[in-house]
Structure formats: C-alpha cells, structure tokens
Design a protein. Structure first.
Length: 220
C-alpha cells in the first residue's frame, strides 16, 4: 500500500511539474510584440504589468511546490566562489558546444521577432526576462522540483539524464539539431546542480548562458 501511494504521489507531482513548466512561460509573453504592435507602437505599461505581476504570482506558486519537495534553500551561502566559478565554466562549455553544433549544421538561431524587440522599448524587459526571470523560474522547476525533488530518490546519473533529456525536448519540441543544442544546456544545469548542490549557481549559469546568446545574436 505504501509503495502504491508513493507511486501515485510521484505521478501527481509529475503532472504538477508539467503544469508548472507551462505557466512559467507566461512572463516571456511580454518580451515580444503583442498583436497589432510594432517597434514604434508598443503598450509598454501593459508589457511591464504582465511581466511584474505574472512573475510574482508564478514565483509564489513555484516556490510553494519547491518548498514542499526540496528542503534546500535556493541560494546557498557556503562555497560561493567555488559554485559560481563552476557556473561560469559550465555556461561557457555549454555555449561553445552549442555554437559548434550550429556551425556543423550551418544553422541560424537568430529569432527575427526577438531581434526586433531587442531594438525597441521592449529591450529592457527582454533582457530581464532572459537573464533573471526565466533562469530563476526554470531552475526552480527543473533542478529544484524535478531533479532535486521528484527524482531525489533516483541515482544521480539517471536523474541528470532524465532531467537533461526532458529539458531538451520540452524546449526543442522534436528531435533535431536545436534539441541537441538544448541538451548541452540541460546537461550543464543538471550536472552543475549535482556538483554544487546550489540552485543559485544554476540560476546564474542559465542567466549567463542566455546573456551570451543575447549579446551574440542581438548586439554583435
């Protein structure tokens, strides 16, 4: 009976995890143009309001689930230099791997809609979402809730593989070179969390990775 109850709880939490993954995408809605908007016609107040209020509400929901499944604090005060040094290293290795895959496939990852947004009044919202909001919410959901919560009883190697593969397909949608690139990120975040045991370092790594991509695609 206890085993059955445990299995049911795992299934329910996995369903909740899927729901959380979907709702944490809501703040990203405001980083692009709404219907009828252009670079010269933006309802900036609406974009800011949606970003601000959706982030607060979603963070509280995610944190409640995280706190129930994972007793570790989000930001660990010990070994900060070590953890964040690893974060920088993993971010660089992840991006180098992704650029190599893109070069081999002769692909172009530039999003024209985001490029237009980066050259408009939405640029600050886009940067904040990419560098802070998305990394925080995604780290809490993927590493905090899934890897460190739902899969905490699974051997580390398998939890890293499961988390990384699901991360890649959830963001890439199909088996292609883009999914392979995302797998590099998924592995980096999952391994970093296992090595440092610090969710804050994963947030930093994810944010730094996104910043690198932003600078290369939209600035330089």
């Amino acid at each position: 009976m206890k085993i059955l109850k445990k299995i049911i709880n795992k299934v329910l939490y996995l369903c909740l995890f899927i729901i959380l993954f979907i709702i944490i995408q809501i703040p990203t809605i405001s980083e692009a143009f709404f219907g009828g908007e252009s670079s010269k016609n933006i309802n900036l107040f609406l974009h800011v309001a949606i970003t601000f209020f959706s982030t607060i509400i979603i963070f509280l929901i995610v944190y409640t689930v995280y706190h129930r499944l994972n007793s570790k604090p989000i930001f660990v005060k010990n070994n900060i230099i070590r953890s964040y040094s690893f974060a920088v290293l993993f971010a660089l290795l992840s991006q180098i791997s992704q650029f190599a895959i893109t070069a081999l496939e002769k692909g172009n990852d530039q999003d024209l809609e985001l490029l237009a947004a980066s050259q408009s009044e939405l640029a600050p919202i886009l940067i904040i979402t990419l560098v802070l909001i998305s990394p925080l919410l995604e780290a809490m959901v993927w590493q905090g809730i899934l890897q460190g919560g739902i899969l905490k009883d699974v051997p580390p190697l398998f939890s890293i593989i499961i988390t990384s593969v699901l991360f890649a397909f959830a963001h890439g949608y199909s088996f292609n070179y883009k999914t392979l690139e995302l797998l590099c990120s998924g592995i980096s975040y999952a391994v970093l969390y296992y090595v440092t045991d610090d969710l804050g370092s994963v947030v930093f790594c994810h944010g730094l990775s996104n910043l690198i991509v932003y600078l290369i695609n939209f600035v330089f």
